[in-house]
Design a protein around this ligand. Structure first.
Ligand SMILES: Nc1ncnc2c1ncn2[C@@H]1O[C@H](COP(=O)(O)OP(=O)(O)OP(=O)(O)O)[C@@H](O)[C@H]1O
Length: 249
């Protein structure tokens, strides 16, 4: 397993609620699996990703990334905002982290090859303000890929994009991911996105508990909403809105 949450509890010290924000979270993501986390606002999705990044410690329980206790930098992280530095070109942004880690020369070839592969080579010397929202997110995703980590944590990366660009990004990530063999944990509010991209969806409830839904639809998946997809989205919607939940599967 690439990522394991074992009996994880988490409370903020200054938290007003009596029960913990995350309440005995258990799940595992296999190598190469695409898992999404959905849930109402404030249920702790971003907190869960923060723990998976090793940026904070659970109050109780264990988090393993590739069979080792998580540490900062064990997984690649992509936030909702692309955080590209406006004064650096696309290539310079891609090579920022390698530069700090003194791996710029080794990673430069890899960065070039990714830019060519995804059709952004002509933009290598462009500055972020010269790119569309979708292009910026592609660069931000490539930057996460260049970390070379097996586990990638994506926190609502397409949340700020318009509907059409978002759809294009779904197709793009999905076709890229099938050859990557990376484990992806995606936090999203978009149920269609979760169903289109995921092998498995974890619903985080306000009680701090979870339930899971396996997405058994064959790939590549239809860009147009099918009856099966709509059915799954309905199930997820009812699970999110109904706090008195029973197990889905
Ligand atoms: N540093 C903090 N100290 C205290 N409480 C916090 C802190 N950060 C977040 N919280 C609270 O923890 C809860 C979960 O926050 P989190 O951002 O993880 O939720 P989320 O499910 O990702 O929300 P959203 O869907 O709105 O992004 C919220 O009620 C939030 O107010």
């Amino acid at each position: 397993m690439s990522l394991i949450f074992k009996n994880v509890f988490y409370s903020f010290t200054q938290q007003r609620q009596i029960s913990p924000l995350l309440n005995d979270i258990n799940f595992a993501a296999a190598a190469g699996e695409f898992v999404s986390i959905i849930g109402k606002s404030g249920t702790g999705k971003s907190t869960l990703l923060k723990l998976a990044c090793g940026l904070d410690q659970p109050s109780k329980g264990e988090i393993l990334v590739q069979d080792k206790p998580v540490f900062p930098g064990a997984a690649g992280y992509m936030p909702q905002k692309d955080l590209l530095l406006p004064w650096r070109t696309v290539m310079e942004n891609l090579l920022l982290a390698p530069e700090i880690q003194q791996q710029k020369r080794q990673k430069a070839e890899e960065a070039k090859s990714w830019l060519k592969k995804v059709g952004l080579w002509d933009y290598r010397n462009a500055f972020p303000h010269e790119l569309s929202g979708g292009m910026r997110q592609r660069i931000a995703f490539l930057r996460t890929l260049l970390t070379g980590k097996e586990v990638l944590l994506l926190d609502e990366p397409f949340g700020a994009l318009d509907a059409m660009t978002k759809k294009e990004m779904h197709q793009w990530i999905s076709s890229l991911w099938k050859d990557l063999n990376k484990t992806i944990l995606l936090v999203t509010h978009d149920l269609h996105e979760a169903v289109f991209l995921s092998d498995r969806i974890i619903v985080l409830h306000p009680t701090g508990e979870t339930e899971e839904l396996e997405v058994k639809l064959p790939r590549p998946r239809s860009a147009v909403l099918t009856n099966e997809m709509a059915g799954l989205i309905n199930i997820l919607e009812s699970r999110i809105t109904n706090e008195q939940h029973e197990t889905i599967i």
